[in-house]
Ligand binder design. Structure first.
Ligand SMILES: Nc1nc2c(c(=O)[nH]1)N[C@H]1C(S)=C(S)[C@@H](COP(=O)(O)OP(=O)(O)OC[C@H]3O[C@@H](n4cnc5c(=O)[nH]c(N)nc54)[C@H](O)[C@@H]3O)O[C@H]1N2
Ligand SMILES: Nc1nc2c(c(=O)[nH]1)N[C@H]1C(S)=C(S)[C@@H](COP(=O)(O)OP(=O)(O)OC[C@H]3O[C@@H](n4cnc5c(=O)[nH]c(N)nc54)[C@H](O)[C@@H]3O)O[C@H]1N2
Ligand code: SF4
Ligand SMILES: [Mo]
Length: 704
């Protein structure tokens, strides 16, 4: 923490290093505080190499002062979802929750309680809390974000998507598939990417529509929605048939080449052209370009990967390409994230490790029905099924921390029907969320600028410890997470697993074995564990956490569970006559639906529109600016049309998260269309554990 006092103006200025929470990229920040108020938010230059932030990060300042955020605990005072709330004291609200949880635990067992979370590095406390209650049921948002890519990499290489980092700085050539890296932002990554382009990196962008990332691409192909897998199969086919792969790397680290060779034979570029609409000649050229640039190549695995049924195999095909090109731990390729131990330190202690293992099986089938899927993410989309059918057992309570499944998952109507049968629904949030709105109790957390969170270990080629640190006093009657969970734990008789009374005590406990202390964060806001990148030896030091210790193209995890590593390609569903595939995404100005009510950001973009291909719109007599109705299975939304050549004719596109239905968020209330309401019947489990979010086919008609 830097302290400066300016005598001239008699203002008190402070600067605090912390971590942004306006989205879950969690950039390192510097908070400029004047007279106890946030004056400005900057990037932490020690980590970002500059003071830049994205627009949402900068708009954290008005969120702090927003009178439409949660201000005190509330207990439902009418039917669920009626919007009738009674203001409660913290004691009242916590007692209410603890009493209900105790009753439920006694009558139905700990496993009848599910905790839903956002996921990411700040999850130890939530995982500890649910485990200490005797429940295996931790789920996070990945069912409609990255489940398919995490689980695909895990089965093939024993790693998740985010246990490897991208070495953009040294990359020579990249392929991005619907990864809108310049709009769906992580500030550091977007900057590194732009720097790489300035340095001469080339890239191919594949998307079903144009976007700002496409604008910078050396090659852009507007692919038929859902057929990226076919495109990749053809790339693999060329690499294999022309032996363009890295034979040394493959020989040392890759198993299953024989099976791949016989599987891939029919998937020629000419075949893929018919499937994808990308010319065979272009596919061959791209195959040669990636081979020539390898291993300084990144075939980006994607981030929000919950598109279709075949996502899992598509994401696998990206990892197959990366393996064939030998990019792992190569300069300009994919670098493994390293831990505290890799840098020679003892790890930061975790609450969850001290709690006895829970032997019960999970409500969502992960670990017993779906053995190839990870319990670290789970299947939140299975919650309504479990509640309504008591399958595999009764689920009675849902604790929802920093997660809004009614905004994030398809078919909120079906999800809410499940939630309505719960004995207890608690939301811990900083805003009114759609899930909060139908809850029994909402516990308001202090904002990221008003609280200190437990220390996190930030893996990377240069591992470090990070701290989100309080910069200002809470403006309203809100509390930090560490306090809320501790209070609940004490009331539930599991307080022993939360060995602290203050956040400083908790951080001391966390850091005990590392040799560091809280004030080691003062100088730069983080603790560097290694000055240089730690790189493993590509010959003998790579750590693939599979049974064989190698990359398994033919995956033992899949085969052991009766799942094919190389199933025959299936054509994705084509929209029925008169229908379009509804595709969604993000812009640089907003975080999902969460920031739509932010005073600044709302002013910049308060509504979404429906992108529609010019020829298709012409058939329906639709012009830009017309009000159109978008409908599916009895649900309809209205929105303005944006007619453009820059989208594939099979698709229509809109920004995710709009059309919020929370009256107390007056700026965002019912502005634009709410995309997920149209995604009827998609609370399902595709083979990668994702919902097939874009397997949603809608009709469009002009209203006025
Ligand atoms: N149709 C469609 N669906 C999608 C997507 C899409 O593009 N289209 N995108 C998907 C993706 S990529 C994701 S990651 C998910 C995201 O889905 P979610 O994880 O549900 O979304 P978030 O916007 O991160 O916010 C979740 C909640 O966290 C709250 N929150 C924010 N900060 C804090 C905090 O400091 N403390 C607490 N307690 N709460 C906080 C917010 O107010 C919000 O209610 O949605 C997915 N769903
Ligand atoms: N500004 C901003 N930045 C964010 C976030 C945010 O909410 N706002 N959220 C963060 C989170 S949680 C995530 S997961 C990432 C998401 O980062 P991205 O994965 O880049 O996210 P989306 O914006 O969902 O991008 C979806 C893109 O995929 C395209 N697409 C859809 N279907 C297909 C298909 O079949 N084939 C191809 N090739 N393309 C297709 C869409 O047209 C769209 O351009 O962004 C992170 N950064
Ligand atoms: S990308 Fe923007 S909103 Fe997200 S953490 Fe970074 S600065 Fe904050
Ligand atoms: Mo995401």
């Amino acid at each position: 923490m830097r302290r400066e006092e300016s005598k001239m103006s008699e203002t008190r200025s402070t600067s605090v290093y912390s971590v942004c929470a306006m989205c879950t990229v969690r950039c390192p920040i510097e908070v400029e505080v004047e007279n106890g108020m946030v004056k400005h938010l900057w990037g932490n230059p020690h980590l970002l190499g500059g003071r830049f932030l994205c627009p949402r990060g900068a708009a954290g300042k008005v969120f702090e002062n927003d009178s439409e955020r949660l201000q005190h605990p509330v207990i439902r005072d009418g039917n669920r979802g009626s919007g009738k709330w009674r203001k409660a004291t913290w004691d009242e609200a916590l007692d209410y929750v603890a009493e209900k949880l105790n009753q439920i635990r006694k009558s139905s067992g700990g496993e009848s309680i599910v905790l839903g979370d956002r996921g990411g590095p700040f999850t130890d406390m939530q995982k500890a809390f649910i485990k200490a209650l005797g429940s295996p049921n931790y789920v996070n948002h990945h069912g409609s974000c990255s489940n398919s890519v995490h689980n695909a990499h895990n089965a093939m290489a024993g790693h998740r998507r985010n246990t490897v980092a991208y070495d953009w700085k040294n990359c020579k050539y990249a392929v991005l598939y619907g990864r809108n890296i310049l709009e769906s932002i992580g500030t550091k990554e977007a900057k590194d990417f732009i720097d790489a382009l300035e340095r001469g990196m080339k890239f191919t962008h594949i998307d079903v529509r144009w976007n700002y990332t496409a604008a910078k691409a050396n090659r852009f192909h507007m692919i038929r929605p859902g057929t990226d897998y076919a495109f990749n199969l053809a790339l693999i086919q060329v690499l294999m048939s022309e032996r363009l792969y890295d034979a040394d790397f493959v020989e040392r680290w890759v198993l299953g080449m024989k099976e791949l060779a016989s599987f891939i034979e029919p998937y020629t570029p000419e075949w893929a052209e018919k499937e994808t609409g990308v010319p065979a000649k272009a596919i061959k050229t791209i195959a040669h370009e990636i081979a020539d640039a390898s291993p300084a190549v990144i075939l980006n695995q994607g981030w929000m990967t919950a598109w279709t049924e075949n996502d899992y195999y598509f994401r696998r095909s990206i990892y197959i390409l990366n393996a064939l090109l030998g990019v792992y731990e190569a300069k300009g390729g994919l670098l493994f994230n390293k831990s505290e131990a890799d840098a020679g330190y003892k790890p930061v202690r975790k609450l969850v490790t001290g709690i006895p293992k829970v032997e019960k099986k999970r409500f969502d089938g992960v670990g017993w029905k779906y053995k190839h899927l990870s319990p670290d993410y789970g299947l939140a989309q299975m919650l309504p099924h479990a509640i309504l059918n008591e399958d595999p057992y009764p689920v009675k309570a849902f604790i929802c921390y920093r997660y809004d499944p009614l905004s994030a998952l398809p078919d909120p109507e079906a999800f809410a029907e499940g939630l309505s049968k719960l004995d207890l629904l608690v939301t811990i949030d900083v805003n009114y969320s759609h899930t909060g709105w139908v809850s029994d109790v909402i516990l308001p957390e202090s904002t990221y600028l008003e609280r200190t969170d437990p220390v996190i270990a930030k893996g990377g080629p240069k591992p470090a410890l990070w701290l989100r640190r309080q910069a200002v006093e809470p403006k309203y009657d809100t509390k930090p997470k560490w306090w809320i969970f501790k209070q609940l734990a004490d009331r539930l008789g599991i307080g022993e697993y939360f060995p602290y009374t203050t956040i400083e005590e908790l951080i001391d406990w966390q850091l005990k074995d590392t040799g560091f202390r809280l004030n080691d964060f003062d100088q730069k806001g983080y603790i560097e564990l290694s000055r240089e990148q730690i790189l493993w030896d590509r010959k003998d030091g790579l750590k693939f956490k599979t049974k064989s210790g190698k990359i398994e193209l033919k995956s033992s995890m899949l085969e052991d569970n009766g799942i094919a590593s190389f199933p025959v390609y299936e054509n994705p569903k084509t929209p029925p006559e008169g229908h379009y595939r509804l595709v969604t995404g993000k812009i640089a100005l907003h975080t999902q639906g969460t920031s739509l009510n932010n005073l600044y950001l709302n002013e910049l973009q308060s509504e979404n529109t429906l992108w529609m291909n010019t020829a298709e719109a012409g058939k329906l007599g639709i012009k830009t600016g017309d009000l159109v109705e978008v409908s599916a299975e009895g649900v309809a939304q209205t929105v303005r049309a944006s007619v453009t050549d820059l989208i594939h004719p099979e698709a229509v596109y809109t920004l995710h998260g709009y059309g919020r239905e929370i009256p107390l968020q007056s700026r965002a209330y019912r502005k634009g269309m709410r995309d997920n309401t149209l995604m009827k019947g998609l609370l399902t489990v595709a083979v990668g554990g994702n919902c097939p979010v874009t397997d949603c086919f809608v009709r469009v008609r002009k209203v006025s």
